[in-house]
Structure formats: C-alpha cells, structure tokens
Design a protein around this ligand. Structure first.
Ligand code: B12
Length: 307
C-alpha cells in the first residue's frame, strides 16, 4: 500500500485539478488523504483517489460539490449504496465467497449479491454505481473485480457457472439500459464487434455504454461475428473506427484485422482490444488500447478529427 500512496501533487496531476482544489475538497468535504506515515505529509491511498475521481467527475458534470462529495463518500463506505441496497442482511450461504482483491465494499456487496443469485440487488447496485460514478469507474472499480473474482473461483473449483451467467446477464442489462438512456447523436462512426467465435462481449458492452455517456454514436455487432460479416458491415456503413474484441488467444486470429485493413472502406482506426491479442502478431497500423478509458479516448479523438 505504501508505494501506491500518492502525494497531493501527484493526485492533482492525475485528476487534472489544482492542488488548492484538493485542499478545499479535503477541508470542506472531508475527502482528504487517509494514509499517515509518521514524519511525512499524509498521502492519498487508491481508495482516496477513487473517491476523488468520483468527486471530479460529478462536479465537472454540474453536480454541486456538496452533493458530489456525498456520493463520493458513500461510494467507498461500508454502508455505501451497494451495502444499503443489500436486502435485510441476508448472507450469501454455502460458505463460498468471490475474491474481489482490494476492490471496495461496494464490490464485496455485489459479490455477495451474485453468490445469492440476487439479480434485483445486482441490478440496483450496478445502476447506483453508474449514476454515481459513470461507466468507466463502475466497470473498473466495481464490475471487473467481481467478474475476475468469479472467473478465478470458477477456474479453481469448476463451480459458479450459474453465478457467472446471471452476473453477465445483469451487467449486460445495466449497460444496455445506460446506452438506451443516452443521447449520442449524429452518424455512428464507431463499429464495435467481437472476433469470430468470441463470446466475451461485456467489455465491449461497457465501451458502448461509455461511448453513449460521452456522446459518441456507435454500432454494436455483439458476440461471435464471422470475419465476412464484419467486413460486410464495414463496407456498408464506412465506420471511421472499428473496435474488434478478443478475450482469449483462441479467437485472436490476426487475419481478421488484416481483412479490415484491406477493406475498400478501410477505417481510419482499427483497434485490437482485449487480452486475446498478442502485441507482436498485430498487423501494422492496428492500435491496441489497454483499458476502457483509453478506448473511449481514442474513439473521441477519431470523432473530433472528423468534425
Ligand atoms: C463472464 C465470462 C464469461 C461469459 C461471457 C458473457 C459475456 N456476455 O461476455 C461466458 C459464460 C459466455 C463465458 C464463456 C467462456 N469463457 Co469466460 N469468462 C468470463 C469472465 C468471468 C469475465 C469476462 C470479462 O468480462 N472480463 C473483463 C474483465 C473482468 O477482465 P480483466 O482481466 O479485468 O480485463 C483486462 C483486459 O481485458 C482489459 N480490459 C478490461 N476491460 C476493457 C475494456 C476495453 C474497451 C479495453 C480496450 C480493455 C479492457 O483490462 C484488463 C487488464 O488487462 C472471465 C474471467 C476474467 N478474468 O475475465 C472468464 C474467462 C475469460 N473465460 C474463460 C473461458 C475458458 C471461457 C470458455 C472457453 C469456457 C467454456 N469452457 O465454455 C467460454 C467460451 C468463450 C468463447 N468462445 O468466447 C477463461 C479464459 C482463459 C483464457 N485466457 O483462455 C476466463 C479467464 C476464466 C478463467 N479464469 O478460466 N465466459
């Protein structure tokens, strides 16, 4: 933890706010650094930073600082929204838990709801987090840790297939609702697609919801798209950017990317997204974003370059 703790200057740079703003948020709203090393200035922990990211995001969207601070504090507290939404203290049962690493209490609450197969609590927890922190923070801080934990537990025991399926469905529904509620206008210049036989579509669904949030219109082809269908979609719709998701080596055939680059309506940007792709086997001209935030930035840059 100590080496991950940050100074006020480093936090201000990461968030793009002034150090004086951080000081104000600390003094007025209690969003200060919580790690104390004797003889040193207090330092910001990853949990402090996560709170401040919510604060920055909400205030930049016009939420009053006092209200934003209330959400930021709740998002991290053991009695925060996810925990409050947990019905009547029911336990997960079976003595099994989903490991969520250092993710916060909301992720632990979500993991418990998943173990109970409680789709209502799962849906409410995700919706609350989306409203408070937006898509990227919800995906990285809440959903990814729980999904990875389910994957880890399944790999170790062979169990939890029902939890994985229910959770996947709830996440899809929450992102679909977020994407429906958005108002991205203009022509869809970004095409989202999973590689051939690739069933892991949730990260792409997160990207779709995040693009809606920033007002970028897109088309989503979803899971398991044969390369001929992908190329056909590119030729018919002429997207400026194509994001092709591969989650495992088995679906990461670079010929799919080569086919995109050879299209008569070659997109400006071809993104090979997901852990399936091997950096050393990508055709020249293909970009590999490392996370959701980077994929959103690249899509925004393409949209802006067309305006
Ligand atoms: C949900 C899930 C499913 C669901 C998918 C539902 C859906 N609609 O997406 C279902 C049940 C269909 C499924 C099926 C299978 N699955 Co599965 N699944 C998962 C699980 C639990 C989460 C997937 C996910 O969304 N991950 C996203 C986050 C949680 O992953 P992450 O590692 O944090 O993300 C990294 C990057 O991807 C990147 N990133 C994250 N988000 C984003 C977003 C963008 C835009 C970008 C650019 C980057 C990015 O940042 C992270 C750091 O590198 C994973 C476990 C896991 N750890 O991923 C297994 C996992 C991926 N599945 C696995 C397997 C083996 C399968 C099956 C083959 C099982 C089977 N025998 O049938 C099938 C078939 C898959 C196929 N042909 O496509 C293995 C893959 C092992 C491997 N490396 O080859 C995993 C890792 C589980 C495990 N530990 O064994 N699965």
């Amino acid at each position: 933890m100590a080496d991950e703790a940050l100074s006020a200057g480093a936090v201000a740079r990461r968030l793009g706010v002034a150090v004086t703003t951080l000081r104000t948020w600390h003094q007025r709203y209690g969003l200060g650094p919580s790690q104390h090393v004797p003889g040193h200035h207090r330092r910001y922990t990853p949990a402090d930073l996560a709170r401040l990211e919510i604060m920055r995001r909400l205030t930049s969207e016009g939420v009053t600082p006092a209200e934003a601070a209330r959400w930021a504090r709740q998002a991290q507290r053991p009695t925060g929204p996810a925990e409050r939404l947990r019905p009547g203290g029911r336990r997960d049962g079976g003595g099994q838990t989903i490991p969520v690493g250092r993710a916060g209490p909301a992720a632990r609450g979500l993991a418990r709801a998943a173990m109970r197969l409680d789709s209502v609590a799962i849906g409410e927890t995700i919706a609350t987090a989306l409203a408070a922190g937006g898509v990227v923070a919800t995906w990285d801080g809440l959903l990814r840790p729980v999904l990875a934990g389910i994957g880890e537990r399944h790999a170790a025991t062979g169990n939890l297939v029902e939890v994985e399926h229910l959770m996947s469905r709830c996440v899809s529904e929450a992102f679909a609702a977020a994407a429906r509620a958005g108002t991205a206008g203009g022509p869809a210049r970004v095409l989202l697609s999973c590689a051939d036989e690739e069933q892991h579509s949730l990260p792409l669904e997160a990207l779709a919801a995040a693009l809606t949030e920033v007002g970028v219109a897109y088309r989503m082809l979803g899971a398991r798209v044969p390369v001929s269908a992908l190329v056909e979609a590119v030729e018919r719709t002429g997207p400026a950017a194509v994001v092709l998701w591969s989650h495992t080596r088995a679906t990461a055939d670079p010929d799919q990317l080569t086919a995109l680059l050879a299209s008569p309506r070659r997109p400006l940007l071809v993104l090979a997204a997901g852990p399936g792709w091997r950096a050393d086997s990508l055709p020249a001209g293909v970009v590999r974003p490392v996370d959701l935030a980077e994929a959103v930035s690249l899509a925004l840059a393409v949209r802006d370059s067309l305006e």
